[in-house]
Design a protein around this ligand. Sequence first.
Ligand code: MN
Length: 123
Amino acid sequence: MVPRIYVIHEHSATKLHWDLRLERSGALKSWAIAKEPSRTEKRLAVETTDHALAYAGFEGEIKEGYGKGSVKIWDSGTYEEQEWKPGKIVVKINGRKLNGVYVLIRPKTFEIGNWLFFRKKDD
Ligand SMILES: [Mn+2]
């Protein structure tokens, strides 16, 4: 598998959150995480709009509108896709902070667009 862009933006907007972005099909698939991503804890990750690949390196101020606030890169690197199907994504992340196999799952009992993001236990 060819490594693709992985980045998490720390976004100090109305509410501080972390935007997980994974390159796929020429765009950055994105999820907003309300608490700092973790190697040990599961996090709720809410699907948000795709961003352009060029946004991966963005840091700075969003001056107005949705997302108004400051953005900085919390973590970046690459990832390899292990599984990507509706409701289940498994990726091997090679970042500075996060690394290892991470899972995104969309439990059927959750509201639409709500996923869980967590690190798979080492074998
Ligand atoms: Mn955001």
